[in-house]
Design a protein around this ligand. Structure first.
Ligand code: NDP
Length: 300
C-alpha cells in the first residue's frame, strides 16, 4: 500500500476539540452556551443511534442538547409548530430534523420551515442558494467535513481536477459547489455518465458518494490522487460468522490504496467528520446569532 490513510477519527477529534475551546470561550467571556435541538419523528433504529450519538457529542463539547422525540404518527401541523417554537427560542442556535421523516410528512416543507440561520444541516433552500452563489451560509456537514480533510491534505485546492461521483442534494451537489468555491475544475458524475472510469482517471481529487459497495476499483484512480470515500455500505461478512456484516465504502479500498496518494478508509474516514461538522456549524450559528467572531477553520 502506498497511499497515506486519512484518519477521519483523529481529524474529527481535533475539530471537536476546537469546538469545545470555542464553546468554553463563549461561556466564559459572554455567558452564552450554544444549543443544538435535534428532532426525531418515529422509531427508525438507525436514526435513533444517530440522534443518540449527536446528543452525546453535543454535551461532550460543552453545548446544550435538546432532544425532541415525537411519535411516528405526528401530524405535519404539530411538527411545524415545534419548529416554530425552536426558531423562536434564543437558547437554540441549531436545529436538526433527523431524516428520513415518515412518509406522510413533507420533508422539503419541514426543512424549509427551519430558520435558515439555525439550519445547521445546511439543507434549507436559502442555504442551498447562498452556497450556490458563493455567499456565507450554513454548509451541509458531510461535504464540509470532506472539504476540511482535503484542505488539510493539499493546502490550496486551486486548479486541481475534482470529480464528484453522485449528485444528491445532501452530498454530491454541495460537495461540487464547495470544490468550485476553492477553485477546483469540477466534474459531477452520476448514473448516466458515459465512461465513468475515464472520467475518474482524470481526477486529482476523487469524491465517491454513490451508495454502491466498492464500485470504484483502483484502476479508475489516477496515481497520486486523493480519494474521499463518502459511501457507507453494509455487506454480508460470512468470515465474521453467520449473519454478520461489515461496512465498506464506494471505493475498493485495497486496490485504490495501491495507487492513490491519500485515501479515506470506511469506516473511520468521512463518517466521524459529519457529526464533528454539525457541532462546528452549531457554534458558528451561535456566534453569528450573537454578532461575535466565528471560530477559524470550522467553516467553508
Ligand atoms: P443518493 O442515493 O441520494 O445519491 C447517489 C448518487 O449516486 C446519485 O446521484 C446517483 O446518480 C449516483 N449513482 C448511483 N449509481 C451510480 C452508478 N452506477 N454510477 C455513477 N453514479 C451512480 O445517496 P447520498 O448522496 O445520500 O449518499 C451516498 C452515499 O454516501 C451512501 O452510501 C450514503 O450512505 C453515504 N453517506 C455517508 C455520509 C457520512 O456521514 N459519511 C452522509 C451521507 C451519505 P443519479 O442521480 O443519476 O441517480
Amino acid at each position: 500500500m502506498s497511499a497515506t490513510i486519512i484518519d477521519g477519527k483523529a481529524f474529527a477529534a481535533k475539530v471537536r476539540e476546537q469546538v469545545a475551546t470555542h464553546v468554553a470561550r463563549l461561556k466564559d467571556e459572554h455567558g452564552i452556551t450554544p444549543g443544538l435541538a435535534v428532532v426525531l419523528v418515529g422509531e427508525d433504529p438507525a436514526s435513533e443511534v444517530y440522534v443518540r450519538n449527536k446528543g452525546k457529542q453535543t454535551l461532550e463539547v460543552g453545548m446544550n442538547s435538546f432532544e425532541h422525540k415525537l411519535p411516528a404518527d405526528t401530524s405535519e401541523a404539530d411538527l411545524l409548530a415545534l419548529i416554530d417554537q425552536l426558531n423562536a427560542d434564543p437558547a437554540v442556535h441549531g436545529i436538526l430534523v433527523q431524516l428520513p421523516l415518515p412518509g406522510h410528512l413533507n420533508s422539503d416543507l419541514v426543512i424549509n420551515a427551519i430558520d435558515p440561520a439555525k439550519d445547521v444541516d445546511g439543507f434549507h433552500i436559502s442555504n442551498v442558494g447562498l452556497l450556490g452563489t458563493g455567499q456565507k451560509c450554513m454548509v451541509p456537514c458531510t461535504p464540509l467535513g470532506c472539504l476540511m480533510m482535503l484542505r488539510e491534505q493539499h493546502g490550496k485546492l486551486s486548479g486541481l481536477n475534482a470529480v464528484v461521483v453522485g449528485r444528491s442534494n445532501i452530498v454530491g451537489k454541495p460537495m461540487a459547489q464547495l470544490l468550485l468555491g476553492d477553485s477546483c475544475t469540477v466534474t459531477i458524475a452520476h448514473s448516466r455518465t458515459k465512461d465513468l472510469a475515464e472520467v475518474c482517471r482524470r481526477a486529482d481529487i476523487l469524491v465517491a458518494a454513490v451508495g454502491r459497495p466498492e464500485m470504484i476499483p483502483g484502476d479508475w484512480v489516477k496515481p497520486g490522487a486523493t480519494v474521499i470515500d463518502v459511501g457507507i455500505n453494509r455487506i454480508p461478512a460470512p468470515e465474521k460468522g453467520e449473519g454478520k456484516h461489515r461496512l465498506v465504502g464506494d471505493v475498493e479500498f485495497a486496490s485504490a490504496a495501491e495507487v492513490a496518494g491519500a485515501i479515506t478508509p470506511v469506516p473511520g474516514g468521512v463518517g466521524p467528520m459529519t457529526i464533528a461538522c454539525l457541532l462546528a456549524n452549531t457554534v458558528t450559528a451561535c456566534c453569528r446569532a450573537n454578532g461575535l467572531p466565528e471560530p477559524e477553520g470550522l467553516t467553508a
